[in-house]
Write a protein that binds this ligand. Structure first.
Ligand SMILES: [Zn+2]
Length: 390
């Protein structure tokens, strides 16, 4: 699942020995510990959350009945009391300063195996929370833990050297199509044609830049919104981009805007836009309920949260890149949020309204190859800048 792939942090597997061999530097802590807490997750999992002021660089090791987390360039925070929930594997947690590292030791009721990367998440700051390293684990597989750090180092090493260069998968969705033209400019330009043209150019350019791309449609065919999201799922996409062009009752309105999924619209305009984009799809509500149920089932709420954060990160970067390329932004925030049906999946992504077909100047611009190329270049840059690996 892409969440885990992207959220895993470098498990260097070097453990103690390598750290000690590093040259000693004067210690100036660059990170600080904000909170330590545990909780119980479905499947009898113990969750350990380490909240930090900055993104931690860490290693894990597994001495007998312990989980040890070494965090670089961090001072211990002895005034902090860990919040330990009952019913977890964690009996107690202690901190120690080891040179410039903060060493957190979780004393466990039972031994655990090396935590798989899929059970390790790094969450960006959000609301009241700072950076959170989230570790989920269950009891068992004591064999792997008895050798402690040595085992962790040994088992992590082959995975590291064997990993081939990964091609990130981008699914490009040209909005509308077939019986659904999308919005239509005064000059007769149809949204479905503009976005298909941009999608094809984008595909070629992303491929040339080492990405693996798929189009949800490569011709003038109608696709349901749920099918588009399902393609992203099936292709195991790392990123999903839905391309659209906008229309506004005010013909003076111009500029691009970028949207991510949220249950609540960020503003009235975003709400209306989501309504009209969703309405282009004539599927019943039941279809969606079914689709979403599967996804909800597959994703823990934390992972849903991670998908939302990754989408947000991409969208912000994309808006920045567009502005950098001197592409006119619609007045207001560059990134907005609304319940777009097409974005409902486990794949991080965004809906890009490339400009306004309802504006005469922009309609003309959107038809030209030169402007389409400019948009494509900006999107390619935004994808290249996006941090697929945390
Ligand atoms: Zn559209």
């Amino acid at each position: 699942m892409k969440v885990s792939r992207r959220t895993l942090l470098k498990l260097t597997g070097f453990g103690f020995a390598a750290t000690i061999m590093l040259p000693r530097m004067a210690f100036a802590a660059r990170n600080s510990l904000k909170s330590l807490r545990t909780g119980v997750q479905p499947g009898n999992k113990t969750r350990l959350v380490i909240e930090m002021a900055a993104r931690p660089s860490y290693t894990l090791s597994y001495p007998a009945n312990q989980l040890v987390i070494n965090i670089a360039n961090t001072a211990a925070n002895t005034s902090l009391t860990p919040k330990l929930a009952s019913g977890t594997l964690v009996k107690s947690i202690s901190q120690a300063q080891v040179g410039d590292r903060l060493q957190i030791t979780a004393n466990l009721n039972k031994p655990i195996a090396q935590i798989p990367k899929s059970q390790i998440m790094m969450l960006e700051p959000n609301g009241d929370n700072d950076y959170r390293l989230v570790l989920d684990f269950t009891a068992g597989n004591a064999a792997a833990t008895t050798a402690g750090t040595a085992t962790a180092a040994k088992s992590a090493a082959p995975a590291k050297s064997a990993a081939p260069a990964k091609k990130y998968i981008v699914v490009i969705d040209a909005g509308h199509g077939g019986k659904d033209p999308g919005c239509i400019g005064k000059g007769g330009t149809r949204e479905k044609d503009v976005v298909l043209s941009v999608a094809k150019k984008l595909r070629a350019k992303l491929d040339a830049n080492g990405f693996k791309t798929y189009l949800t449609r490569s011709d003038d065919t109608y696709l349901k919104l749920s099918d588009r999201a399902a393609i992203a799922e099936r292709r195991k996409a790392d990123l999903f981009l839905s391309l659209h062009a906008n229309a506004n009752p005010s013909r003076a309105m111009k500029g691009f805007s970028i949207y991510t999924l949220s249950e609540k619209a960020s503003d009235e305009e975003a709400r209306k836009l989501a309504e009209s984009e969703n309405a282009s799809d004539k599927i019943g509500l039941d279809d969606w309920t079914g689709f979403e149920k599967d996804i909800r089932f597959a994703l823990s709420s934390l992972q849903q949260h991670a998908v939302a954060e990754m989408s947000e990160e991409y969208a912000n970067g994309c808006a920045r890149t567009f502005r950098g390329a001197k592409i006119e932004q619609q007045p207001g925030p560059g990134v907005r949020h609304a319940p777009f049906a097409v974005l409902r999946s486990t794949v991080p992504g965004a809906l890009l309204e490339l400009g306004h077909l309802s504006n005469a100047t922009e309609e003309k611009l959107l038809r030209t190859g030169a402007h389409q190329d400019k948009l494509v270049d900006a999107i390619v840059r935004s994808v290249k800048n996006y941090n697929f690996e945390v």
